[in-house]
Design a binder for this molecule. Structure first.
Ligand code: BDR
Ligand code: CA
Length: 302
């Protein structure tokens, strides 16, 4: 497989942290150009600090971290509970080994996607605010990516309300702009991520890795499991590494922004065979294959 150039836009977040570790452990396949950070699971000051600490843990402080939006485009920020007050479940992580990059995440996304047009896979693991703001600067920003692979939404149900998933609920207006952009989109929603719950046996497997990354992952996930078990965000990175573990179908996806009860809902409309749609909606994953990949990769880290 040719090495893929990627940017990760995220709000770490325990499962974001696991996704970052999976990517950092897969340098043969993934060329991680930079990390852009957004407020979501926790306030921006915490999510950007966590991204820096995860890089220090993996010994990869040379990867630039660009701080982005401190809140959604049009609504107030709502943070999550399941990641703890600090966003990483109180896990002991090393201090950042490099300063934040000076360029704001939105400019970074616009400039880097334009400089390498059609070459970069943008991995979105949090509210889509940074990309929404990038569209405000250049309406073609997401179309300059090779593709945008995102964790968000659900074909049915939600985890914040009965209708909406967290990332799309937090910034529904940004999500709508992204789905209307015409970019190559891959949506990984709750229907899929709930097929990969972290179980006590899988937690033990991670603890047994014996390296620092495994210990930190175990500590973060032990806290996270009290409120959620789904390994949402690592699925995005696993899809890049092992697409054959996944299956899905093309569909039309729109994001509800008007109805207060359904705000943030991803409305997935099926299309006839061969139809184009605006997103590839993944809905099935080989759970054992996913956890084997995750553990094998985490074991490679310091
Ligand atoms: C998504 O919301 C966040 O809490 C997780 O990090 C994930 O990106 C799941 O709904
Ligand atoms: Ca996230």
């Amino acid at each position: 497989m040719a090495r893929q150039a990627i940017i990760i836009d995220c709000d770490p977040g325990v499962d974001d942290a696991l996704a970052l570790l999976l990517a950092l452990a897969s340098a043969d396949e993934l060329d991680l150009l930079g990390i852009s950070v957004v407020a979501g699971n926790a306030a921006l000051a915490k999510t950007r600090y966590n991204a820096q600490r995860i890089l220090a843990l993996a010994g990869r402080a040379e990867v630039p971290v660009h701080a982005g939006a401190a809140g959604p485009m049009l609504v107030d920020l709502r943070t999550a509970d399941v990641h703890g007050d600090d966003g990483v479940g109180g896990a002991a992580l090393p201090e950042p080994a490099a300063p934040l990059a000076s360029v704001n995440a939105v400019s970074y996304l616009c400039d880097t996607l334009a400089a390498r047009s059609g070459k970069i896979t943008l991995c979105c693991l949090g509210p889509l605010t940074n990309l929404g703001l990038a569209i405000g600067q250049n309406k073609d920003a997401p179309n300059l990516a090779r593709r945008v692979v995102m964790m968000g939404g659900a074909a049915a149900g939600g985890n914040v309300t009965g209708y909406a998933e967290f990332n799309f609920f937090v910034d529904p207006h940004a999500a709508r702009l992204v789905f209307q952009s015409g970019a190559e989109l891959v949506m990984i929603g709750l229907d899929l991520t709930r097929q990969v719950p972290i179980t006590p046996a899988r937690l033990d497997q991670i603890a047994a890795l014996g390296n620092k990354a495994g210990q930190a992952a175990h500590a973060m996930l032990t806290f996270y499991c009290r409120g959620d078990t789904a390994m949402h965000d690592p699925c995005v990175i696993a899809y890049l590494l092992a697409p054959t573990l996944f299956s899905g179908r093309k569909a039309w996806v729109d994001i509800e922004i008007d109805d207060p009860e359904r705000i943030g809902q991803s409305v997935v409309r099926e299309i006839p065979d061969g139809g184009k749609g605006n997103a590839l909606v993944l809905d099935k994953i080989d759970a054992d294959g996913f956890f084997d990949l995750l553990c094998e990769r985490l074991a490679r880290l310091p």
